[in-house]
Ligand binder design. Structure first.
Ligand code: ADP
Length: 206
């Protein structure tokens, strides 16, 4: 089957910037949203070839009693040994990429949003047609994540230190959505971006 050309908008932003919230708004307008964190979980679901490959490489100790991938155990292993992280990523990244592409193709819409939290960190800009950065002030980001994940400010700050700086992310953006204030106030801007992406998809397909 011929691959349809689907215009892909990569959505990124720091933890708590509001990627999930904004993607939901686009979805309400009819745009398909693919969450790569979800894809990453799905490719190692019980019974999947991905899980089998991880177990073959790391041993059955990475399984929970009910046959799920024990994420905590995996995190401990790769944290202690960087080579293992590379090995894990070599297994998972191609599977995640393949599954994401398949979902983009199956979405049946002129454009697709693919939420990629670490797009800038991993240099994923060349795999998408356009980069939409969700931005908000650092203090807002910290307050949101503290409330959502019940973390302390230093814990959130530690996560943020592993992520790209606000400046680096903004430098990679084609579009920026400033997610402060009430989400309802952003709807006109989101509708305008939706129309723009439909237009760009149409131009790309011509
Ligand atoms: P991300 O997916 O980027 O980590 P989320 O969309 O989960 O961020 O948002 C983080 C938290 O902040 C969530 O609890 C969400 O409900 C809240 N939030 C997001 N955007 C806003 C906003 N504009 N106003 C108030 N709360 C928001």
């Amino acid at each position: 089957m011929n691959k349809q050309r689907v215009f892909v908008v990569g959505v990124t932003g720091g933890i708590g910037s509001g990627k999930t919230t904004i993607c939901r708004e686009f979805a309400a307008l009819g745009a398909p949203v693919i969450d790569t964190d979800q894809v990453a979980r799905d490719v190692v679901a019980p019974g999947s070839p991905g899980l089998a490959a991880v177990v073959a490489a790391f041993g059955p100790e990475v399984l929970t009693a009910d046959g799920q991938l024990d994420r905590r155990r995996v995190r401990q292993l790769v944290f202690a040994t960087p080579a293992l992280r590379e090995q894990l990523e070599a297994i998972l990244h191609p599977l995640i990429r393949q599954e994401t592409d398949a979902r983009v193709q199956a979405a049946g819409f002129p454009y697709c949003l693919v939420c990629i939290p670490l797009l800038v960190e991993r240099g994923g800009g060349n795999r998408v047609n356009r980069v939409l950065v969700i931005d908000c002030p650092t203090e807002v980001q910290i307050a949101r994540v503290m409330a959502r994940d019940e973390l302390t400010a230093p814990e959130v700050a530690a996560i943020m230190r592993t992520q790209a700086s606000r400046e680096d992310r903004l430098a990679a953006a084609h579009d920026v959505l400033e997610n402060t204030g009430d989400v309802s106030l952003l709807r006109p801007r989101i509708s305008a971006l939706h129309a723009r992406y439909l237009q760009l998809a149409k131009e790309g397909a011509a």
